[in-house]
Design a protein around this ligand. Structure first.
Ligand code: SF4
Length: 182
């Protein structure tokens, strides 16, 4: 099974991920207090997405769910910015990250028959407007993506464990994702 993931790493790094590697989930630092950052609602998504708090679920239950997996394929994308206020560049970087995340999801669906948990950066962006905003059920519950932070993952420390830099220099933006598997 590990060979499938090694192949996946090769595919995604050849197709635009900056780095990818496999670590043990037991090495991932989980921090329930990260939920407080979501509650401060700086991104404006709190209570506005099925995969963001509070609707994504209880932080302790999510951490337990994540810890049921043995390995994590951690990946990062790095995109260029004109300057640190380049909001459009950050959005373009997120789109690039979503393309890589989608590639991983498709490969995982084709090649992996055991349960997996895929987490990405920020709230779910599968629909232009999350159904939660209109109090409707999630349109694609099988595809909806929660963030690493929603599951209490301390991304900067996870990056270190994966041998990656959390920030990749002035004029860049870095996003992370992870596919958890057994
Ligand atoms: S799939 Fe659509 S409705 Fe479901 S969480 Fe994602 S954005 Fe919201």
């Amino acid at each position: 099974m590990r060979a499938v993931y090694e192949k996946l790493i090769k595919n995604i790094t050849e197709n635009g991920a900056y780095k990818a590697s496999i670590i043990n989930v037991s090495d991932i630092p989980f921090e329930p207090d990260l939920r407080k950052a979501c509650e401060s609602n700086q991104c404006g998504n709190y209570g506005k997405s099925w995969t963001c708090p509070p609707d994504v679920g209880d932080i302790y239950e999510l951490i337990e769910r994540a810890k049921k997996y043995k390995y994590a394929l951690v990946y990062q994308t790095v995109s260029l910015l004109e300057d640190s206020y380049d909001f459009e560049g950050m959005q373009a970087g997120l789109k690039h990250h979503d393309v890589i995340t989608d590639q991983i999801a498709k490969s995982a669906n084709q090649e992996i028959k055991t349960p997996i948990l895929q987490l990405s950066a920020g709230g779910c962006r599968i629909c232009d407007i999350c159904a939660k905003k209109n109090d409707k059920p999630c349109r694609y519950p099988d595809k909806a993506l929660a963030s690493l932070e929603a599951y209490g993952i301390f991304v900067a420390k996870m990056a270190e464990k994966a041998g990656m830099k959390y920030i990749n220099g002035v004029g860049t933006v870095t996003y992370f994702g992870a596919l958890l598997f057994n």
